[in-house]
Design a protein around this ligand. Structure first.
Ligand code: 9D3
Length: 239
């Protein structure tokens, strides 16, 4: 059974380019995943089809209304008997990382809820008990790009989504090292050369150089990853 991903959003058209390109597109063509976009506004009532309103107690911005989101979630969930893992994209959410992507890739069905307002009525969270997910500490205009990030990171982990070569390389990232520098033709570009060892044909020396570069980069650029790496490899002789 393939993964079903429902996405509730006010701007479904934002998703079409991302889901219709590259790996997310190929994964759907291979039958590994199915995307179902639904406009939250379809569940709005009244002549104005409102989905948001002013916060009780005052304050800036608009708040997504609970009845609309509940109706949307219930309607979409009824379309398939498999229970959906509900994910609400929110700046208050759990920081998204490769570990969470790996865990979500094992679920049969995901339901992503992306808002485009200052926030959600708290009763949406209280009543639907979604997993709240943030993609990092910066301010976006809405949850849509965050939802696309989550979908992209999850879908490429589905068995068969990647070519055989890419698949193995990915596993090193979570708690691993950053990549080493890479070079291709031409050998001289505007006076900048290529490290001799890469042209030497000495595969042992190349592997050792790359490993040193990865460690050095990780140590300098990502001390957080470096500490995690050290703590899982302190018994390894070559480090
Ligand atoms: C003034 C308080 N703002 C919170 C930082 C209000 C606010 C701004 C932007 C509330 C929501 C948003 C829209 N962002 C998201 O919906 C969002 C998000 C993000 O902005 N950064 C990182 N991850 C995410 S997930 C959803």
């Amino acid at each position: 059974m393939s993964l079903r991903i429902d996405i509730l959003t006010l701007f479904p058209e934002m998703f079409t380019a991302v889901l219709g390109t590259s790996i997310p597109k190929r994964a759907a063509e291979k039958g590994l995943v199915e995307y179902r976009l639904k406009n939250i506004r379809d569940f709005a009532e009244g002549v104005h089809k409102s989905v948001d309103d002013k916060p009780f107690g005052g304050g800036p911005g608009m708040v997504m209304m609970a009845p609309v989101v509940f109706d949307a979630v219930e309607a979409v969930e009824k379309q398939d008997p498999r229970p959906a893992t509900r994910i609400l994209l929110s700046p208050q959410g759990r920081p998204f990382d490769q570990k969470l992507a790996e865990s979500l890739a094992k679920h049969p069905r995901l339901l992503l809820i992306a808002g485009h307002y200052e926030g959600f009525d708290e009763r949406i969270i209280e009543g639907l008990r979604p997993l709240e997910v943030s993609i990092g500490d910066y301010v976006l205009s809405g949850g849509e790009l965050a939802a696309m990030v989550v979908v992209d990171a999850v879908v490429r982990l589905l068995p068969g989504a990647l070519g055989a070569e890419d698949g193995a390389a990915d596993e090193t990232f979570a708690g691993g090292l950053l990549e080493h520098p890479q070079y291709t033709k031409p050998r001289d570009f505007r006076g900048m050369g290529v490290p001799e060892v890469l042209l030497s044909g000495n595969h042992g020396a190349i592997a050792a150089w790359r490993h040193e570069q990865r460690k050095e980069r990780t140590r300098r650029r990502r001390p957080d990853l470096w500490r995690a790496y050290e703590n899982t490899t302190e018994d390894r002789a070559d480090d």
